[in-house]
Ligand binder design. Structure first.
Ligand code: HEM
Length: 380
């Protein structure tokens, strides 16, 4: 992993990759620089991939100022810290229900880490949990489409995969749009209603914006949280002394989650596109170039973190970039941290001897820019 993260271009923090046609940025200060200058390093990467541009209205992750500021203000009005904090008892209840299904052996991802965040987002939005399985299929489809959309030359097989995925995206969009129309007529106590009612300086969200925002929540907040849960357990299990410390002193749980976000960042890279010729880390980059900012690599930059390849739950301060930085800083960070804290605490309460299964190896998801497990067998 270290080779993959930083070793390929040890003398370059910024470099062009002929194979992908993109620029890779690995260094902490270089990435901070790009994230703090959205005028030069735009988030509207879909303009280089026209097939995907239908999904940009209301998609916070694709907007630049001033549109980003307007939309972020509106959705933050609905998706407040209180809305997240109020979810605590329900997240604990859902985690307990999912743990009830576990025997003396369990597979963490399918039994807890995958279902929990998708149920939480579905309930937060206010869609019936009876539609959970359908939701999972759509969300998988969206995840697959974002994987393939980044490929430069797609094979006919990739094209089919991409088309299927886009179909799933379309179905999810109409499902959400239906619910939004319903909320306009019959408001409920849920996030969709809050989004419908949100108003800042006389401006309200359109149905299309709310639909796409709902999709963004599912894309940005589901698999990433699945990965956070798996990665945190994997890191702790690989460092028994630290696992023991966390078991003995639960006040270390939040710091263990932060360190896991640094050590195995789920969202390994965020993309940006240059709006004009610029310089980054002493390298000239022309306009209209796609950049991958490898926050997972920056999180191991020795210029920022002492002993970056050491997992240390007592690391303080820990300015890890796992949730990004700047105007696009993860809107769901409080929710992800809350889910991580509740799930880890409840798992350790119920299964104090929990460890990974030495006879059944964990597996990583095959993804170019996400780092997380698709399978983590546990002995409870
Ligand atoms: C943005 C990571 C969980 C919603 C981001 C960004 C990162 C990130 C790196 C910045 C993207 C960029 O700069 O281009 C993560 C990780 C998570 C997580 C690692 C879990 C461990 C969540 C959750 C939600 C969420 C649970 C919501 C339910 C969002 C949204 C944005 C975002 C809406 C876009 C913010 C904007 O563009 O202004 N996330 N995220 N994320 N995240 Fe998360």
């Amino acid at each position: 992993a270290q080779f993959w993260l930083r070793g390929q271009r040890p003398d370059h923090e910024v470099g062009y990759d002929e194979k992908t046609g993109m620029w890779d940025v690995h260094g902490y200060p270089e990435i901070l620089h790009a994230l703090s200058d959205p005028a030069t390093f735009s988030s509207h990467t879909q303009r280089l991939v026209p097939e995907a541009s239908g999904f940009s209205e209301g998609n916070l992750t694709q907007l630049d100022p001033p549109d980003h500021h307007k939309l972020r203000k509106l959705v933050s009005h609905a998706f407040t810290p209180k809305v997240v904090a109020d979810l605590e008892p329900r997240i604990a209840e859902l985690t307990t229900e999912l743990m009830d299904g576990m025997g003396s052996r369990a597979e963490l991802v399918s039994e807890l880490a995958y279902p929990l965040p998708v149920i939480v987002i579905a309930e937060l939005l206010g869609v019936p949990s009876s539609d959970r399985d359908q939701f999972k299929r759509w969300v998988d489809g969206m995840f697959n489409s974002t994987n393939k959309v980044a490929l430069k030359d797609r094979s006919p097989e990739d094209e089919k995969y991409f088309a299927d995925a886009m179909e799933q995206v379309g179905e999810l969009a109409s499902y959400l749009a239906g619910h939004i129309r319903e909320r306009r007529e019959r408001p409920r106590a849920d996030l969709l209603t809050k989004l419908v009612e949100a108003e800042v300086d006389g401006v309200r969200l359109t149905d299309a914006e709310i639909t796409n925002f709902g999709m963004v929540l599912l894309v940005a907040g589901h698999i990433t949280t699945t990965m956070l849960l798996g990665n945190t357990l994997l890191c702790l299990d690989a460092h028994p002394d630290q696992f023991q410390a966390v078991r003995a002193d639960r006040s270390l749980v939040p710091a263990a989650i932060e360190e896991s976000l640094r050590f195995l960042s789920p969202f390994a890279a965020v993309s940006r596109v240059t709006t004009e010729e610029t310089e980054l880390g002493g390298v000239r980059i022309p306009a209209d170039q796609m950049l991958l900012l490898w926050i997972a690599a920056a999180n191991r930059d020795p210029r920022q973190f002492a002993d970056p390849n050491v997992f240390d739950v007592t690391r303080d301060p820990n300015p890890q970039l796992g949730f990004g930085r700047g105007i696009h800083f993860c809107l769901g960070a409080p929710l992800a941290r809350l889910e991580g804290k509740i799930a880890l605490n409840l798992l350790l309460d119920r299964f104090p001897q929990l460890r990974t299964d030495p006879d059944d190896a964990p597996r990583f998801m095959p993804s170019p820019n996400m780092t997380g497990l698709s399978r983590l067998p546990l002995l409870l």
